[in-house]
Structure formats: structure tokens, C-alpha cells
Design a protein around this ligand. Structure first.
Ligand code: F6P
Length: 550
């Protein structure tokens, strides 16, 4: 493929950008009473409204041509047919097989992977049922009441995000806990809440060599054995999910307690696999299957909807429009549902680890920006923190507002309409970001309060809102397992589409390796009695300062 920035499609977008870069969405809405009609997609109970973006019919047409020029439809076929598109690791990216509820054959190296996936699901079902119904007992015969998932990155963020989001579906007498940071504070705080007799540790690590996870796993085992005393009891309290069976066995986990993961499941795409065991235990297998079914719905939507009616495709194209043409380099994820508070952190890994890359598939440096800096916070908390910058800052932050119509929570006899207030805020934010507030409106507003014209002139400019700040609105019926599966899978495909257009490999993560290597060199320096001269002067002095003050 030709360098994407050299294609005629890209050049047409550049020209078009020059034409419309100063157009205001307010006028676009005034000019076209059908703007919403023409700029939203309905998919099951999902409404994706992208009308509050700085796009015209022409922009959409040109962006869709760009997707075609990047051969998106073919790449989508490569993804779904198990081709080894993660070429730097010679691996397929077959997370879609994990949630393939149709059970159609998906071949890798000429072999259907579905029997493997189904066997693993059967095992998840068996163990999750046993833990839930008390058949799985601790070493003193007690029922499990705490599950502790020890993992990091993709082996933590997904299960942690989902268990929080789907708490209303969770079993009341099992508490899920997640330990990821090697900072002892993380594990200690969880262990304080657990009893060795009733705790099940899930060691989740694809490689089973990640320093943070292994350190926490060894400490958890020490904590357990300090009470249980006998190694043979480990069997009742430790299970592992990994592609590295040997390392798991060496750690001392019973072979029956090992769940398999394959190299074709990337860490950040793994919560649909047995990495989701904590989810299945907490919300039950039926709900876990609902979650998978939601993702499968999104997969079908992605593969079968025309590009212009395809939510992940339109999300991706709009993102590209902002990042590559307007130079708006961040993306805010703003869920108006407290249960989705961890969604921004989850999507941060999904997006930034996938598309934070400067080398293209052609092994050359890319000529355009790639993945956005993704961040966010649950509404309305963000409103009282960083929305000032969203409304009046010099940088423009395209934002995704996400909200269910119905909340899973209702306060008894709720006389104060919590959810409606939340909804009103969601709508108000997207509307005011788009519309802005003009000088005249501000003057009219202020005239009643400030009679002195001089004071009025001084203050007006501070209260002006330029508007024209873009957002997507994603509204769905309620936060069910199925809806959550759909939502996350749509973001996965948005990330994929952007990676295709930028011609990068969205499925490796070499960028996280370098720091890990250096940490291994720093550790012995910190441990030795000598002052270090091994690194640059800043690094040496930081190490020596810590040592001198320990
Ligand atoms: O360091 C990044 C990373 O490799 C992620 O991609 C992955 O999700 C995480 O570490 C955990 O890896 P593992 O499951 O092998 O412990």
C-alpha cells in the first residue's frame, strides 16, 4: 500500500480541511434540520450520535474513501479469518474467536480453534459454578468468599473494569479483588480484607513471567502458607491462567487448576478468554456468556454493516479526522455511569498500547500522527475537575460521552431523580460544548446583574464559550453484560480500523519492553552497598539518593 498521506484520498481530505476548518457546528445544525438524522447510527439498543462533530456530508464521503484506499475491508477479513496480522510476533489476533457464539469454524494454520475455545469455556463454567455454589472448598472445608485476581495490564484491567461495571449482577457473598501494582500497598490492602481459609487466588499472566505479577503471586502464596502451613493446600486456593504451563507448574499450581491461553490472544484483548475467570465466578457463567454474546453482536455489526453505517468505522474515521487533520491529539472517554468508572483506564491500554506506534507495517517511520492520548473520568465528577479546559481551554479535546438510559441503581423511594440529573448533565455538556455562548448572549445575561458598563466589558470575555468542541454520544438501554460486551468490542474495532489506516501493527507492544529491561539492570544497583556509576548522572544520582536515604 502506498504511504497513506501520499494517496489522493488523503490529499482530498487536506484540501477539504482547509475549506471547512473554521466552520462552526452551530451553523451546521442551523443549516441542516436533518443533521441528527443524517449523522447517527442505531444498532440494537445502541444509539451512536456523531452529529456534534466538525464534519459535513463531504467529510464523511472523503473519510470513507480513505478507509477504502487503506483496504479496510480486506484487513477486516484478514483479522476475522485468523491470518497472522501481528507480523512482528508472527501471530494471529483471534480474540474474536473467544466470543464466537455462532461457533463457526475459525481456522489457524489450517486447524479450527473453536474446539479449544469451547473446551476452555467448559472449564470456566465448571470452576465458576463450583466456586459459586460452594462445591469448591478451601483447605478447612469452607466456601470461597474472596477471589483475588493477581495480574497486570490486560490480565487485570478488563476483569477489574467488568466486575465493577456489572456489580449488580455479582454474587453478594463473593468479593472480587484485583491486585496489579508491585507496590506492596496494593496486595497488603487486599489481604487485610481476606481470610486464607476462604480466598481463591487467580494468577493471571499470559507469560507467567511479568515481574509485578510474579512478585505479588509469590507474596500471596507466602501469606497463604504462613497460615495453611502445608504446600498441598495450595491446590485449593490457587489457580492460574497462562500460556506458559511449565512456569505455572514450577510455581506449584496443580495441573488441574491451569487455564490455557494461546499466543493468538493479545493481553489487552484477553478478558474474553479464561482471563475472564474472575468475571465468570462473580457474575456467573450465564452472564459471562451474555457478555461474550454482546461482543459477538458487535463483531457481526462490524463485519456486516456498510462502512457508513458501521459504528466502529465511523468512530475511527472521525478520530482520524481530528488527530491527523485538526491536530486534536487526545480523546476523552466520559462515562455517565459510576459503574463504568474504570472504562477510561481499560480503553487507555486498549488504544494506547495498540496504536501508540511510530513504525509502520512497511518498517518505516509513519508520516502522520497515530494513536490518541486517551484519558477520562466518570461524569459528573469530571465536570468539576477538568471540563473547564474542555469548554474554554486552548486545546480541543474530542470526547465520547457514554450513558445508559436506565441505571442499574435506584435509591429506595428516590425522590431526588439521581439518574435524570445525571442524564441532564450529559446532554447539557454535549450541547454546550457544541453551541458555545456568544458575546451577545453573555452581555444579555450579565446586564441584569452588572449595571456598570465598564465592569461589564471587562468581564464579558471570561464568560464567552467558543463552542465548536466535538463529541460523540453513545446511549444504550442499560448496562447489562451484553451491552458492556458490545461497547468494549466496538472500541476494539475502532482501534483496529485506525491501525489499518495508519498502516501500523496494532497487536504488538514492543514499547513496553525497554523499561522492563532497564528495571532489571537498576534492581541490582539498588540492592548493592556500593554507589552506582552504571548510568547517566541523573539516573545514578537518583539511585544513590534512594540508597543513601534508605
Ligand atoms: O507490559 C505490557 C504487557 O505485556 C501487556 O501487554 C499485558 O497485558 C501485560 O503486560 C501483562 O502481561 P502478562 O499477562 O504476560 O503478565
Amino acid at each position: 500500500m502506498a504511504e497513506i498521506t501520499k494517496t489522493s484520498e488523503w490529499r482530498s481530505l487536506e484540501k477539504h480541511f482547509e475549506k471547512i476548518k473554521n466552520s462552526h457546528m452551530k451553523e451546521m445544525f442551523e443549516d441542516d434540520p436533518n443533521r441528527f438524522e443524517n449523522n447517527h447510527i442505531l444498532f440494537d439498543d445502541f444509539l451512536f450520535d456523531f452529529s456534534k462533530n466538525r464534519i459535513t456530508e463531504e467529510t464523511k464521503k472523503l473519510l470513507l474513501s480513505l478507509a477504502k484506499a487503506a483496504d479496510l475491508e480486506n484487513w477486516r477479513d484478514h483479522l476475522f479469518s485468523g491470518e497472522k496480522i501481528n507480523f512482528t510476533e508472527n501471530r494471529a489476533a483471534l480474540h474474536i474467536a473467544l466470543r464466537n457464539r455462532s461457533n463457526r469454524a475459525i481456522e489457524l494454520d489450517g486447524k479450527d480453534v473453536m474446539p479449544l475455545v469451547n473446551d476452555e469455556l467448559t472449564k470456566i463454567k465448571k470452576v465458576s459454578n463450583e466456586v459459586r455454589n460452594g462445591e469448591w472448598q478451601g483447605y478447612t472445608g469452607k466456601k470461597i468468599t474472596s477471589i483475588v485476581n493477581i495480574g497486570i495490564g490486560g490480565s487485570d484491567l478488563g476483569p477489574a473494569m467488568v466486575c465493577k461495571a456489572l456489580k449488580p449482577y455479582g454474587l453478594k457473598d463473593i468479593s472480587p479483588h484485583f491486585v496489579s501494582n508491585v507496590d506492596a500497598a496494593d496486595l497488603s490492602k487486599v489481604l487485610e480484607k481476606c481470610d486464607p481459609e476462604t480466598t481463591l487466588f487467580i494468577i493471571a499472566s499470559k507469560t507467567f513471567s511479568t515481574q509485578e505479577t510474579m512478585t505479588n503471586a509469590f507474596s500471596a502464596r507466602d501469606w497463604f502458607l504462613s497460615k495453611a502451613q502445608k504446600d498441598e493446600f495450595v491446590k485449593h486456593h490457587f489457580v492460574a491462567i497462562s500460556a506458559n504451563t511449565k512456569a505455572v507448574t514450577d510455581f506449584g499450581i496443580h495441573p488441574e487448576n491451569i487455564f490455557t491461553l494461546w499466543d493468538w490472544v493479545g493481553g489487552r484483548y484477553s478478558m474474553w478468554s479464561s482471563i475472564g475467570l474472575s468475571i465468570a465466578i462473580y457474575i456467573g457463567m450465564e452472564n459471562f456468556e451474555g457478555f461474550l454474546a454482546g461482543a459477538h453482536d458487535a463483531d457481526n455489526h462490524f463485519t456486516s454493516s456498510p462502512l457508513e453505517e458501521n459504528i466502529p468505522v465511523m468512530m475511527a474515521l472521525i478520530g482520524i479526522w481530528y488527530i491527523n487533520f485538526f491536530g486534536f491529539n487526545t480523546l476523552a472517554i466520559l462515562p455517565y455511569d459510576q459503574c463504568l468508572a474504570r472504562l477510561p483506564a481499560y480503553l487507555q491500554q486498549a488504544d494506547m498500547e495498540s496504536n501508540g506506534k511510530f513504525i509502520g507495517r512497511d518498517n518505516k517511520r509513519v508520516c502522520q500522527q497515530t494513536g490518541p492520548i486517551l484519558w477520562g473520568e466518570a461524569g459528573t465528577n469530571g465536570q468539576h475537575a477538568f471540563y473547564q479546559l474542555l469548554h474554554q481551554g486552548t486545546q480541543i479535546v474530542p470526547s465520547d460521552f457514554i450513558m445508559p438510559v436506565h441505571s442499574n441503581y435506584q435509591l429506595e423511594g428516590d425522590k431526588n431523580n439521581h439518574h435524570q440529573i445525571l442524564q441532564a448533565n450529559f446532554i447539557a455538556q454535549t450541547q454546550s460544548l457544541m453551541m458555545g455562548k456568544s458575546v451577545i448572549d453573555v452581555q444579555d445575561e450579565m446586564r441584569n446583574d452588572i449595571k456598570n458598563n465598564k465592569d461589564l466589558r471587562k468581564l464579558v470575555s471570561h464568560r464567552i464559550f467558543e463552542g465548536n468542541r466535538p463529541s460523540n454520544s453513545i446511549i444504550f438501554n442499560s448496562l447489562t453484560p451484553r451491552a458492556l460486551g458490545k461497547l468494549v468490542a466496538m472500541y476494539e474495532h475502532k482501534i483496529f480500523v485506525q491501525g489499518v489506516i495508519w498502516n501500523i501493527n496494532s497487536f504488538d507492544q514492543w514499547g513496553v519492553e525497554y523499561g522492563k529491561q532497564i528495571a532489571k539492570l537498576v534492581l541490582p544497583e539498588l540492592a548493592s552497598n556500593q554507589s552506582t556509576k552504571a548510568f547517566d548522572s541523573s539516573t545514578n544520582n537518583l539511585i544513590n539518593y534512594i540508597k543513601n536515604n534508605t
